[in-house]
Design a binder for this molecule. Structure first.
Ligand code: MCA
Ligand code: AMP
Length: 508
């Protein structure tokens, strides 16, 4: 039989020989050995397998971060089903869309959301709904952990082919409508192996894991490298700068979005002493400002390694581990990943010439879920994926991202698609039309900002708009500021000139 391409099988082959060593430790002192991770994921796998799901069934998960949530992800891999993580900030309409589109056979949510999520799941034709919470809170009868307890703690990981789906991550890609990026076992395995090498992971590393578990950064980039290296994770429920400062002396690797670094430096006690055992700080998901990069080097005595990735491609470019890490750049294409910058006529740009960034490699996804036309549009004839990012290579081969051709705002590392927010605002009876833009923000990088035109005589305050939106969409998508104008600036084609709006409101 050929080697099993199942990603869990790859991880398991690198678990430490001494399974009593620590895999995850939490802030309240819970300790999960590799043995526990193996046996608990086997119990969950046996439970999932007992449900008699279709091959390729989607398992949609919207739960708070915990070691159990990561173990659930491993169980989904082991059983060969398709893991579909959802941001815990998503509200009713957002979850409804994802469940309708993905038609998961299993939905797992937080106990507090069981009422509304189970209704949506029923509507989407889901057969099984469970809850998952931290063990001490997870006492109700629909609890996944309770249901799994009586199952065997041994499970033979199913045989997967490299091209089998492991996960679907929803993203809006280059256009407004949310699409499920289908990632295979091979996409994830190849990227995990490349990053382990590129960033020199070893079993002696300790990762301070503070990222959420529902996006590529926290679920794949951070966890995979540690799982593949048999390294311990200090597993915190969320990012909190004071807590990070507390754990840093016990840590060798930290990963985060730029906002984490900005907040960390606001801690008075942060400095070289806290970082004395650190080997590596990594940043990604959004541009790291040169000021942050420089200030951090001064304060911490460490040069942040910035890398670049996408849901569709996982990681594609990284600054080097053992050569100069250049601020304002994302570094070199990773081993086995081909990246090119092209002009609008598809010819390759010269050094320092700005163009569209395209990528090809084993890391690049299989396509968008049930959207073959959209998938085809995003690939060139010679098989490169169009990232929607704009950049340039310098004479030493470092890539810089200088902008985006897609209309996207990145706030605190979360992507916000203006068109989605505009359509929600435009539904308000008082509103004629709206434009949503990103304005520079010291902490979040960009702040979601709405500019509105109201109907004649309509009255609508900024406070009312924000309050309404908070009930309708995830909180990080809600505009930080709202401006009312008489009309939106348009070009000769009738398209709203967002650059003019950005200029007008940048310093207000
Ligand atoms: C929270 N708030 C935000 C954001 N997060 N506002 C704007 N942008 C945000 N990202 C607001 C809430 O709306 C709320 O507002 C208030 O802050 C408090 O909410 P809370 O949830 O308590 O905030 P927090 O815990 O301080 O969270 C901030 C955070 C978090 C820690 C920076 O956003 C975070 O962990 N971001 C990381 C995102 C991430 O993992 N991205 C990776 C994507 P109010 O009080 O008004 O209601 S993967 C990816 O991009 C690719 C592949 C890659 O390359 O990695
Ligand atoms: P997502 O598809 O949600 O995973 O977001 C991917 C997008 O995040 C990319 O297309 C980039 O626009 C952005 N991104 C990720 N890493 C970086 C980085 N280091 N610098 C600038 N933008 C980044």
């Amino acid at each position: 039989m050929p080697a099993n391409a199942n990603l869990y099988a790859l991880f398991a082959s690198h678990f430490p020989a001494d399974r009593s060593r620590c895999c995850m430790e939490t802030q309240d002192g819970r300790y999960y050995s590799w043995d526990v991770v193996e046996r608990a994921s086997a119990k969950l796998s046996n439970l999932l397998a007992s449900l008699d799901l279709q091959p390729g069934a989607r398992i949609a998960v919207q739960v708070e971060k915990s070691p159990e949530a990561l173990i659930l992800y491993l169980a989904s891999l082991r059983t060969g089903y398709v893991y579909l993580p959802l941001n815990t900030a998503y509200r009713h309409a957002e979850v409804d869309y994802f469940l309708q589109d993905a038609e998961p056979e299993v939905v797992i949510c937080s106990p507090i959301n069981f009422g509304w999520v189970s209704q949506l799941a029923l509507k989407a034709g889901t057969h099984h709904v469970f809850t998952l919470d931290a063990p001490e809170l997870d006492a109700n009868t629909g609890s996944l952990l309770q249901c799994a307890f009586s199952f065997s703690d041994q499970f033979e990981t199913v045989q997967s082919k490299p091209d089998d789906l492991a996960a679907i991550l929803y993203t809006s890609g280059t256009t407004g409508c949310s699409k499920g990026a289908m990632l295979t076992h091979d996409n994830l395995a190849s990227n995990a192996k490349i990053l382990q090498q590129a960033w020199a992971w070893s079993k002696d590393d300790v990762l301070l894991h503070t990222l959420p578990l529902f996006h590529v950064h926290g679920l794949f980039v951070a966890s995979h490298a540690a799982l593949l290296s048999g390294s311990k994770m200090i597993f915190l429920a969320k990012f909190n700068a004071a807590q990070v400062l507390h754990y840093l002396p016990d840590t060798t690797v930290f990963m985060g979005v730029p906002t984490y670094y900005v907040r960390l430096m606001q801690e008075a006690g942060f400095g070289r002493d806290a970082c004395r055992n650190m080997r590596l700080f990594i940043s990604g998901s959004a541009p790291l400002l040169l000021d942050t990069f420089n200030e951090f080097a001064q304060r911490a005595g460490h040069t942040i390694l910035e890398r670049y990735g996408m849901s569709e491609t996982t990681m594609l470019v990284s600054n080097p581990y053992d050569a100069a890490r250049i601020g304002g750049t994302v570094g070199f294409p990773l081993a086995g990943v081909t990246v090119r910058v092209v002009k609008s006529d598809q010819s390759v740009c010269k050094t320092d010439e700005i163009g569209d960034i395209q990528v090809r490699g084993a890391n690049v996804f299989k396509g968008y879920w049930r959207m073959p036309e959209k998938t085809a549009e995003e690939f060139t004839d010679d098989g490169f994926f169009r990232t929607g990012d704009v950049g340039k290579f310098d004479s030493k081969g470092y890539l810089s991202i200088v902008g985006r051709s897609k209309d996207l705002i990145i706030s605190g590392g979360y992507n916000v698609y203006p068109r989605e927010i505009e359509s929600v605002i435009d539904e308000m009876p008082e509103v004629v039309e709206s434009a949503v833009i990103g304005l520079p923000h010291a902490e979040f990088g960009e702040a979601v900002t709405a500019v509105l035109v109201l109907r004649a005589a309509a009255v609508l305050s900024e406070h009312t708009i924000i309050t309404r939106l908070k009930n309708m969409i995830a909180n990080f998508k809600v505009p930080k500021q709202v401006f009312i104008v008489d009309k939106l600036p348009r070009n000769a084609m009738g398209k709203v000139q967002k650059n003019l709006l950005r200029q007008q409101f940048e310093n207000q």
